[in-house]
Design a binder for this molecule. Structure first.
Ligand code: DGL
Length: 266
């Protein structure tokens, strides 16, 4: 069991930000990644569709005999994980709960911001989970749907993205938050510009990084960690559309070359 891989999926390439954190934190683990590149984006789709896609992705990873599944996609974690979790007998880690816990730990002022896709923000999952822990915390949210195409275009730091970030974040800036959850796979690549627009004193929480920490804890608690000696740091990748765009874009998200990409039909 311990030598089995960890399964990770996302709607596309963005979940590689989480894979990067997993490989850093857990170098002994093997990773099987699925990017649903034929059906991305999920952030504009209905709950029903997202639940269906997510279920199919989980079933695909189960076929690969994984020992734990990480739902790196914030949109899937928000809309599908709560509905499907009970139907599967395997540990599943989404990106919402770990980010919420980190925000509650870090925020001093009790004023927390959340940004994500339209579907994630409309689901209100972040507010609901934060309020379940502490009703007094004030949560301010903002959907930033244009951030994803800007990141995929590689526009991480130019006048156009600055303009978009200033427009999206201007209301949040007025709310005097001290913590912001980056509730989407792509947003860690915009950390620099988001931090500049919000100004000093706002801690940015990378939900993929928090999820990786949570995975590490669960593996330990359940005695599922890979043997220490392996140090494989290996990952194989499956995508549902032609792999070349995934390979090209993926380098930016993973900060490393990607080989081992196979296309599967959907
Ligand atoms: N991976 C998605 C998320 O984290 C962003 C891209 C999409 O809309 O599918 O919400």
């Amino acid at each position: 069991m311990n030598r089995k891989p960890i399964g990770v999926f996302d709607s596309g390439v963005g979940g590689l930000t989480t894979v990067r954190q997993l490989l850093r934190l857990l170098p002994n683990e093997k990773i099987v990644y699925f990017g649903d590149t034929a059906r991305v984006p999920y952030g504009t789709k209905s709950k029903k569709t997202i639940v269906r896609f997510t279920t199919e992705n989980v079933l695909f990873l189960l076929e690969k005999k994984v020992k734990l599944i990480v739902i790196a996609c914030n949109t899937s974690s928000s809309l599908a994980l709560p509905a499907i979790k009970k139907h599967f007998n395997i540990p599943m880690v989404g990106v919402i709960e770990p980010a919420v816990k980190a925000a509650l730990r870090i925020s001093r002022s009790g004023r927390i911001g959340v940004i994500g896709t339209r579907a994630t923000i409309d689901s209100k999952i972040y507010e609901n989970q934060i309020k379940q822990h502490n009703r007094k915390i004030e949560v301010f949210t903002q959907a930033c749907p244009l951030f994803v195409p800007f990141v995929e275009e590689g526009w991480l730091d130019n006048a156009a993205i600055r303009n978009v970030a200033e427009t999206y974040l201007s209301e949040l800036r007025k709310k005097k938050i001290d913590t912001l959850i980056l509730g989407c796979t792509h947003y860690p690549l915009l950390k620099k510009i988001i931090a500049q627009v919000l100004g000093k004193g706002v801690v940015l929480i990378d939900s993929g990084q928090e999820a990786a920490l949570s995975v590490s804890k669960i593996l330990e608690e359940r005695n599922l960690s890979a043997p220490d000696s392996t140090k494989v740091r290996s990952a194989v990748f499956f995508v549902s559309d032609e792999p070349s765009r995934f390979q090209r874009l993926g380098r930016k998200f993973l900060k490393n070359h990607i080989n081992n990409i196979q296309r599967v039909s959907r």
